[in-house]
Design a protein around this ligand. Structure first.
Ligand code: ADP
Ligand code: MG
Length: 351
């Protein structure tokens, strides 16, 4: 047999393969767009999706906007305003994004339109990208801020499109993402709409309980107990790096049958860390009915060098250097809140 010829893939193919690794489903697009809005200092972020996001996604914000002469750069590969070089990255990034690949990637596998107007600009402008082809930047009437519209996601990658689940499943994932950011940013008014119907809208008044009320309803909001924990004198300098744990956890009788309502954040970033969820559940001891899970919105603060959030840019997992210590600290924090309300009995002192 003749050896096959090795050929470089054409740009369009490279683009679409790479895109599939970053953008898995509508929820991943929504995540990227919300992060951009938050990075832009928005105080309002309005998300609306059609058919679970499979047909349309729109994210509108009132942030700093993108000047007309930078719209093209915004959708270019590896183009970002957030870091300039590796030194910036080493020094630590304060923004949620920095790779400059989200808009480029989404543009490769959908019909993307970005319309924007910085507050001091006289008029707005827009650029459209269709399957990676960037159109001309044109003037567009729009309010201050940025609106990103994504239509027909994966229209040019049928295999990936087929891999999408039912509309309700895709919408559930979108909802989880938007809820995650809404709870992490109570000072930002975050809203979600599905097929023209409002799912929730937070007030953006800075109050976490008010954000919980908006997303989970009154009964849950009223059952939430405050967590505010710092290491005591006995544990200061102990074998965990946790500086503070704050947030809300529900009364042990306010539960659901899924773990989806255990939202954990490390240094403000929404993460899925099995260890943190386990720690929360442990704290409830035997107080939860079998297969029932509480609500939690917990913010864990650790020194930046204790956690590697960049395990994979698209995954929400984190890795801790001292996982056992962090787990114990989070458990203590939740226990303290439950103990204060007489909802669990005291166990061995943890500090
Ligand atoms: P990254 O967020 O990693 O920089 P993106 O592809 O998500 O990369 O965005 C590219 C650039 O476009 C950003 O660095 C930012 O300058 C600009 N941008 C994207 N979305 C917005 C937005 N909603 N408001 C203002 N600027 C934005
Ligand atoms: Mg981004």
């Amino acid at each position: 047999m003749e050896p096959p010829e090795i050929e470089r893939l054409d740009e369009g193919t490279i683009q679409r393969i790479a895109a599939g690794e970053v953008v898995e489903r509508p929820a991943s697009v929504v995540k990227e767009l919300i992060e951009n809005s938050l990075d832009a200092g928005a105080s309002r972020v309005a998300v609306s999706v059609e058919a679970g996001g499979t047909e349309g996604i729109r994210v509108r914000d009132d942030g700093v906007g993108i000047p007309e002469d930078q719209l093209e750069a915004a959708v270019a590969e590896h183009a970002t305003s957030k870091i300039a070089d590796i030194d910036d990255l080493e020094a630590g990034v304060g923004t949620l994004g920095f790779r400059g690949e989200a808009l480029y990637t989404v543009g490769a596998v959908s019909r993307l339109t970005i319309r924007s107007r910085p507050p001091d600009a006289e008029a707005g402008a827009e650029v459209a990208v269709e399957g990676g082809d960037v159109g001309e930047v044109r003037p567009a009437g729009c309010p201050t801020g940025t609106t990103v519209v994504v239509e027909d996601l994966f229209y040019n990658t049928p295999a990936r499109k087929k891999f999408l689940k039912r509309v309700t499943t895709e919408f559930d994932r979108v909802n989880t993402v938007v809820t995650g950011y809404a709870l992490a940013n109570p000072d930002v008014a975050v809203s979600l709409e599905h097929d023209g119907r409002e799912t929730f809208a937070t007030e953006g008044n800075g109050d976490l309980r008010s954000a919980v009320l908006a997303v989970y309803g009154r009964q849950v909001a009223e059952s939430m107990l405050e967590v505010d924990w710092e290491p005591g004198p006995s544990t200061a300098g102990g074998d965990h790096p946790v500086k503070r744990v704050t947030g809300l956890v529900s009364h042990p009788e306010t539960t659901r049958s899924a773990r989806d309502y255990l939202a954990t954040y490390v240094n403000g970033r929404y993460v899925t860390a099995g260890a943190l969820r386990e720690a929360v559940l442990e704290a409830y001891g035997g107080q939860l009915a079998p297969d029932r899970y509480p609500f939690a919105v917990l913010f864990v603060e650790v020194p930046a060098d204790e956690v590697d959030v960049n395990v994979h840019p698209r995954k929400l997992e984190v890795r801790f250097d001292r996982e056992a210590g962090i787990r114990a600290a989070v458990e203590s924090a939740v226990e303290e809140a439950l103990l204060d309300h007489g909802l669990i009995r005291s166990t061995a002192p943890r500090g």
